[in-house]
Ligand binder design. Sequence first.
Ligand code: 4NP
Length: 154
Amino acid sequence: MIKILFVCLGNICRSPMAEYVMRDMVEKAGLSERFTIESAATSPYEVGSPIYPPARKKLSRNGIDASPHRSRQIRQEDYDNYDLIIGMDASNMRHMLRVFGGDDEGKLSLLLQHCGRSGDVADPWYTGDFDATWRDVNDGCRAILHALRTQYGW
Ligand code: 4NP
């Protein structure tokens, strides 16, 4: 079982988009039983909130239902409970390193690193560009799944 946690600032736009896109990809690949996929916020700002409506709409137009989602904040014990903890931007990474007290086991990464890109997934909360986030999230998730399938021979 591979446990993945996607992390962003509010857990209502980018990380739930990544969570539900990754779940959809894994399901379509027939690999759901091998994964636990969740998401969380670095901030307390939106704890308990559903996914932001424009993000939910972008997903639903692509056949993905993210309506069960509720925002939660990361906790120190998340470090032990997940195998891959994937932030959306450099600020998320700084915050995670503080909460987790470092990254001794090399579990932390940024989403776009997985598809060979440096930099951040732009925050659509500020940019309003949910299409760009959709593309980045899909590129990153596809690359993660491809790498895991290669690594484990699935
Ligand atoms: P997210 O976007 O980190 O992609 O979920 C944000 C959502 C809410 C806030 C900031 C970013 N906020 O300040 O409430």
